[in-house]
Ligand binder design. Sequence first.
Ligand SMILES: [Zn+2]
Length: 432
Amino acid sequence: MSIELQIEATRGGARLGNLITPHAVVETPVFMPVGTLASVKGVPQDLLEELGVQILLGNTYHLYLRPGVETVRRMGGLHGFMAWDRAILTDSGGFQVFSLNELRKVTEEGVTFRSHLDGSAHFFSPESSMEAQIGLGADIIMAFDECTEFPADRERMRMSMRMTLRWAERSKRYFEAHKDEVPWGSGQLPLTRGGQPQVPRRLAARNDNSEISGNPGEKENVSLAGPRGEQGSPGQTVASALTQNQALFGIVQGGMDLQLRKESAERTVAMGFPGYAIGGLSVGEPRDLTREVVEATLEHLPADKPRYLMGVGTPEEIALYAGLGVDMMDCVLPTRAARHGLLFTSEGKVSIKQAQYMQDEGPLDPNCGCRVCRRYSRAYLRHLYASNELLGQVLNTIHNVTYYLDTMRAVRHAIQLGERARFLSEQSGPKP
Ligand SMILES: [Zn+2]
């Protein structure tokens, strides 16, 4: 099995769940920080673990160009290469190539593009995107799609959406034929630098005694016998709960046309993927329109499969979309904004460069428990920014990522409380 979403509670359209992947159990709804080049810029992996990041995103286009898929594959895929044993998702490269504008040419076969690094010519197709993503070895990979530009006329949106459907079929066909080539597949768990099989770390599940805790010996365990036939020690037993194959998600396109979105969703779902993404948003359309398209698309996605909204959004938006029933989101906003001194706090946005913070002894966010807010003053953060000190970017990023993760923790808590409140009211029955 590739992935499983266990839904624990619902509130309205929102769902609280555990997404079980080969490397980690991810609590959903989840925000996934973006680590474009196998790095969440400025934040080391052990710190990401401390912040509670359970899954992060890597970009296929960037990693394909540098360091190259083969380099990553030989080191056990992204998990081994970047020393991250929790979950990873890679995009298909389609959106990044789309962003190149002048540097690309799209045909039915695929996309020819020029590298932003050195101008060299490259070609991505559904097949080569799958090959790259299997080599990178993320837990979740994405079908190769075309992101329709905004604005676009209806005929253009229709043609583009239907090509994405054909590309989804090609992606799936290639993936099914080659999924065993994943660098940690078929008993070949990723190697650490010491050359020992690297055991996926299962994250603490919400319930101590839930099914996903696994019961060693009861069900089949992931084999720890490496390529050399080594057996793992009992302490290395991998919970049987973790799934064993990469999961390929389909992507719904259709521009801003609700009818086309419906067609795209229904036909993508008919192909049968373990999860579905809503793509082609955050491309310059007004926010109200984004919401309208998301709501209209969610209606046509199966309730028992994970739903991933790509490239969205602000803290308010991720809370909103989780409330509507989106399980996974990613966005460069918290990390990119942090490097530009724009910080999200419980009291609103703070532009730390402003002179008003020069003498401000208070914490960045009095309601944030992150290591930055516990230790440093706004005056110091402002000084680091003004002096262009690297530490400023690091600290700002740590805070913003914490703020996004806390936002989703609050959403999950609210869904849980909503469920409990309903349960209690049912138990107490009508008052006399
Ligand atoms: Zn903070």
